[in-house]
Ligand binder design. Sequence first.
Ligand SMILES: Nc1c(NC[C@H](O)[C@H](O)[C@H](O)CO)[nH]c(=O)[nH]c1=O
Ligand SMILES: CC(=O)[C@@H](O)COP(=O)(O)O
Length: 153
Amino acid sequence: MQILTHSRFGNGVRVGIVVAQFNEIVTEKLQQGAVSQLEKYGVADADITVASVPGALELPRIAQKLADSGKVDGIIALGAVIRGETSHYDYVCAETASGLARVSLDGPVPVMFGVLTTDNLDQAISRAGGKGGNKGADCADGLIEMINLEKQL
Ligand SMILES: Nc1c(NC[C@H](O)[C@H](O)[C@H](O)CO)[nH]c(=O)[nH]c1=O
Ligand SMILES: CC(=O)[C@@H](O)COP(=O)(O)O
């Protein structure tokens, strides 16, 4: 039996962060959480590439271009989709999730889904460095593990 190891060794790992500007009060905290966590694992500042997009729906396109650039070993996609009065929320959440999953499955590098989908701003703030943790930091944890796992395949 061969059990592949789990590692959070980040030295030399190149990470792309694609972050939505919409609800920036939340997404900037997700970005801060992701970056500080990556630095804890030894990822150099020079190896982190950050691209911002208008909203969550634009995350998949830039994630795909970054993945295909050969400049990163993995991607963290960050956003905050907060329910409004209409069904627009449902479409934004579904298509963003579907698009990012496609980039991860069909593309050369893993893509972490760090898009909050909440009913209100308080829920989002809680998950961007509040009592609910930081989804950006969680994605950093997972991305380093995925990159190190894929090196063994
Ligand atoms: N309502 C939210 C949006 N909406 C904008 C879309 O993501 C997209 O930019 C627009 O439909 C143009 O294609 N985006 C978020 O990130 N968060 C929201 O709560
Ligand atoms: C998630 C959204 O797109 C949402 O903010 C839009 O708000 P509304 O449904 O009230 O137009």
